[in-house]
Write a protein that binds this ligand. Structure first.
Ligand code: NIG
Ligand code: FE
Length: 397
């Protein structure tokens, strides 16, 4: 039983009229039965997809959008983002680019800035990032807490996140805050902090890593979250080998995220489970680290998602197109695999069936590209190819 995501409250106007998207040169449907179609059309009604088929046989609708031979795909599903924070860490990035390694320690400086910021500042900054995402084709986003690390700062981070998405994740277990003993903090996270945060969250997450939380602590935190009605997901195997991926699979987590350092057993566990391997190539780009081995996961039969990990420390990009380009160039995914991972894969990582595809009944989240094919997302990296974005049948960008 998975908790149901709440409806998001921002910028969603459900259209009452029907819209025909006509003359689609290439449609990526995300439907395994017929994943791609040429010369296609889509009819949207009441915020949902009503019809998908050949342009020639399209039914009439109240409005018509002439796609002019361009490519249409489902809105991207960014299943991993940390958007509620203040401050920035460009100095830390610059130091890394001159040779310093990334560590989890930098999180503390964002925690200090976030604690010092008022609610409305945090909300405005989150809105700006969500706006960047929408403009680049992301129509579903998961947002984590994790830069508050006190009961009240975690609670308000999630309350702010829930103004933008139903996919809210309690990440009190991001790091142990400065000045606190690890055991005391785990007690706080699994006790009063969880009680204050659970009403505002759908998911519970833990950064299972050297320098953050070990396997035993991660298990305890996830188990407590599940008891409080949250569904688990895990930051796993980002900076080194460790138990994160195996714990994610054991507890039935929807997703194990990062997956940068994997043993054969980890790959096997992911392939045999419903746990999605969510790859975050923006983090390897920005920390100048080796990329996850997407081919190994795909060839073993694991479900792969791509997400931005948008955060001020390890991956300050809000761009799913950029991450798709990285996945293709640096992780040897085909353009089709990368687009699939950014739509259907992200939906699987959030256990959602209403987004990430364009089939009758899907939420009408569409991206119209200024290009004849989704291949151009990787082929023309850095070029703003997203021409239109529709969410629940309403134009949002
Ligand atoms: O997913 N790995 C843990 N958390 C973030 C980074 C957070 C930060 O450096 O501020 C991540 O990469
Ligand atoms: Fe993350």
């Amino acid at each position: 039983e998975w908790p149901v995501a709440g409806e998001t409250s921002v910028d969603v106007r459900t259209s009452v009229t029907s819209v025909l998207f006509d003359r689609i040169g290439l449609l990526y449907t995300g439907d395994p039965v017929r994943e791609e179609m040429t010369d296609a059309a889509v009819v949207v009604e009441g915020g949902h997809v009503a019809w998908v088929g050949e342009s020639a046989g399209a039914p009439a609708a109240d409005e018509r959008v002439d796609v002019g031979g361009g490519c249409v795909l489902p809105g991207f599903v960014d299943s991993h983002a940390h958007l509620v924070f203040a401050g920035e860490r460009s100095a830390e990035f610059a130091a890394r680019m001159s040779g310093r390694p990334y560590t989890a320690g930098g999180i503390q400086s964002t925690v200090a800035a976030t604690r010092a910021a008022g609610d409305e500042v945090l909300a405005a900054r989150t809105a700006a990032l969500v706006g960047e995402m929408l403009a680049q084709g992301t129509t579903t986003v998961e947002i984590k807490s994790g830069y508050g690390l006190t009961v009240e700062d975690e609670r308000r981070s999630l309350e702010i996140a829930s103004r933008f998405t139903g996919e809210t994740t309690f990440l009190g277990a991001h790091v142990v805050p400065r000045g606190m003993a690890a055991d005391d903090y785990v007690g706080l996270v699994t006790g009063p902090m969880l009680s204050a945060c659970a009403p505002h969250a759908r998911w519970v997450d833990v950064f299972c890593e050297r320098g953050a939380f070990d396997g035993e602590q991660a298990r305890e935190i996830l188990t407590a979250g599940v008891k409080a009605g949250l569904a688990p997901r895990v930051h796993a195997n980002q900076l080194g080998h460790g138990p994160g991926v195996r714990i994610a699979c054991e507890v039935g987590a929807a997703s194990a995220d990062h997956c940068t350092h994997l043993t054969d057993d980890d790959v096997e566990a992911l392939a045999m489970s419903e746990t999605v391997a969510t790859l975050l190539p923006g983090a390897e780009f920005s920390t100048r680290s080796p990329y996850p081995e997407a081919r190994r996961l795909l060839d073993a039969g694991a479900t792969v998602a791509i997400a931005t990990d948008c955060n001020p420390g390890s991956s300050y990009t809000s761009s799913m197109p950029f991450c798709i380009a990285l996945a293709v160039r640096e992780m040897r995914m085909t353009p089709l695999e990368a687009v699939r991972a950014a739509t259907r894969g992200g939906a699987r990582a959030l256990r959602r069936t209403d987004v990430g595809a364009l089939t009758p009944g899907s939420r009408a989240d569409l991206v119209v590209l200024d290009a004849p094919s989704y291949v151009h997302i990787a082929y023309r990296p850095g070029v703003p190819l997203v021409r239109q974005v529709w969410r629940s049948g309403a134009r949002v960008a």
